[in-house]
Write a protein that binds this ligand. Structure first.
Ligand code: GTP
Ligand code: MG
Length: 513
């Protein structure tokens, strides 16, 4: 396999795939200069996940002299990666290897099972490689963890690397990458999730190197959307986004491919598993785009009908998990899914609502309220593109209610992130009412101070008795907006005289497939 300068290790990928086991191979080679195991040897040990590595030195007459050996270590309190045996002679290196390696594998398995999983959950290690400010990096990976858990993935560990120089090929440095491989084996993790978005080249390189499934922030979000999509619209939009994301990555025809199409929980794009090829992906994208156009038309017709009624439309927007659906349900007495996880809502819901008038002579107003998909920092471009029809619907709103979870320590950044997305979606010209939600999670004085500094109001979507200020503010903003654009249509605002929040006439656009 080699000469006096070095050895070439053949492609071992067909030996025992699956990161959770040792390779089933030992590497025994000679060191002609009498040196012990080198850095390079140990890298091979890790990268190839060898059962054992042995270097034999020779004496002056060419006979075997000392034997140096090392092997990987199961999870251990010192967080050691490998163990190097004291040098011995070849004659003494007489062990029952099968028994020994079985024992080692058993130990690995015990370490992997130390973390109990809920059913067939997948285990991941999260990684952030960034030169950014430490606090930002930590917050971001914390959110990534929430995302992963929302997607049903068990997070075995998180690693932050802040290198001097970021590697353009693998993002993460060589040494750290090796450490990561062993850590995955020790903890039984088979997915790496990067907080940074990886280029197609980086993704292929890391995946080839580690033989692990590698996912970046974008793919994670896409996979979660795929899990949540229930309506025809939602499913088409998500698959379109997934395929658009996949296409440039297909150029890298490597082993990474089969892993790439997997996604979390096998939620890669439907029916396009291994035999996937670029041409077929393009065809499918084309088909989905056409289908989406068709659905958009239907949507527009529905919208047209609604516009004719002249009832103002209020859309609840904001960061994911802000409580949008909770508020929507309370306002419209609906029962849409509310959950303490990210992206519970994917499909737009719209309902009519009559709320008590508080500012103009006791007349009640009728409005249409819309609940839709939440925002997140770095919302993937492919996703924004594919969800364009959903977001386009927001454009016809008379008022955007920007809901913010005041209990989140990151609410300020989240407001900015949401505003940035509104800008990207060209919705920033619409009047916005900033509303802090979950006021019950903070001290009331604090809530007041925050509201004052933002010129906003606060509510608790769980407690309807806090909604009075909201109604007043909505009315005022709707009236102001109408006044400003000289489209004052008093009739529009004063339709009904009832005081009833619920309404029997529902315009529900949540279509079940
Ligand atoms: N303490 C408290 N929790 C709330 C309040 N409003 C909503 N929640 C909780 O916040 C979590 C998220 O609520 P959702 O209504 O699903 O949030 P969302 O904005 O629709 O989230 P996505 O659809 O995922 O974007 C749920 O666990 C709610 O029970 C509130 O006023 N106070
Ligand atoms: Mg929701």
């Amino acid at each position: 396999m080699g000469d006096q300068r070095g050895i070439t290790i053949p492609d071992l990928s067909r030996y025992r795939t699956g990161i959770l086991r040792l390779r089933g191979l030992r590497l025994i080679h000679t060191h002609l200069q009498g040196e012990p195991l080198t850095e390079e040897d140990l890298t091979d040990l890790v990268l190839l996940r060898l059962d054992m590595i042995v270097a034999l030195t020779i004496d002056s007459s060419g006979y075997p002299d000392l034997a140096y050996s090392g092997h990987l270590l199961p999870d251990n309190p010192e967080k050691k990666v490998w163990f190097i045996d004291p040098p011995t002679t070849l004659a003494k290196l007489d062990i029952d290897f099968s028994k020994w390696v079985q024992g080692l594998e058993d130990e690995f398995q015990r370490g992997q099972k130390a973390v109990p999983l809920r059913g067939p959950q997948e285990k991941a290690i999260l990684i952030s490689v960034s030169r950014g400010n430490r606090a930002d990096v930590e917050d971001s990976i914390e959110e990534l963890k929430e995302l992963a858990e929302s997607g049903g993935v068990f997070v075995a560990d998180t690693i932050i690397q802040r290198p001097q120089r970021i590697s353009p090929t693998t993002l993460i440095g060589e040494g750290k990458l090796n450490e990561l491989i062993v850590k995955c084996m020790q903890l039984g993790a088979d997915i790496l999730i990067f907080d940074q978005n990886l280029t197609p080249g980086q993704l292929a390189a890391i995946s080839d190197r580690t033989e692990l499934r590698v996912i970046d922030r974008t793919q994670l979000i896409l996979d979660i959307f795929a899990q949540r999509a229930h309506t025809l619209d939602g499913k088409i939009q998500v698959e379109l986004a997934q395929l658009r994301y996949l296409l440039p990555r297909l150029a890298k025809k490597t082993l990474a491919l089969s892993r790439l199409t997997g996604g979390i929980g096998g939620r890669g794009p439907g029916e396009t598993k291994l035999e996937i090829d670029r041409r077929r992906v393009r065809e499918r994208i084309h088909l989905l785009e056409k289908e989406l156009d068709r659905l958009s038309m239907r949507r527009q017709q529905r919208r047209g009908r609604r516009m004719k009624t002249g009832i103002p439309v209020i859309s609840i927007v904001g960061y994911t998990n802000a409580g949008k659906s909770t508020l929507f349900n309370q306002l419209t007495e609906s029962q849409f899914l509310v959950e303490n996880r990210l992206f519970s809502t994917l499909d737009t819901a719209t309902r009519k609502l009559r709320f008590p008038a508080s500012t103009d002579g006791g007349r009640a107003h009728e409005v249409v309220v819309t609940d839709t998909v939440g925002f997140i920092k770095d919302l993937p471009k492919d996703l924004i593109g594919a969800f364009r029809p959903t977001f386009d619907e927001l454009r016809e709103s008379d008022l955007l209610m920007h809901l913010v979870d005041i209990g989140s320590p990151h609410f300020a950044e989240r407001i900015k992130a949401a505003e940035r997305i509104l800008f990207e979606l060209q919705l920033d010209h619409l009047p916005v009412l900033l509303v802090f939600n979950k006021e019950d999670r903070l001290d009331q004085r604090e809530v007041k101070a925050i509201c004052q500094s933002y010129g906003a109001i606060s509510i608790s979507a769980l407690h309807p008795h806090t909604f009075n200020r909201l109604f007043v503010a909505i009315e005022r903003r709707l009236w102001e907006a109408a006044h400003r654009t000289h489209e004052v249509d008093q009739e529009k605002l004063t339709n009904q005289g009832s005081f009833d929040i619920s309404d029997k006439h529902l315009i529900s656009e949540r279509e079940e497939t």
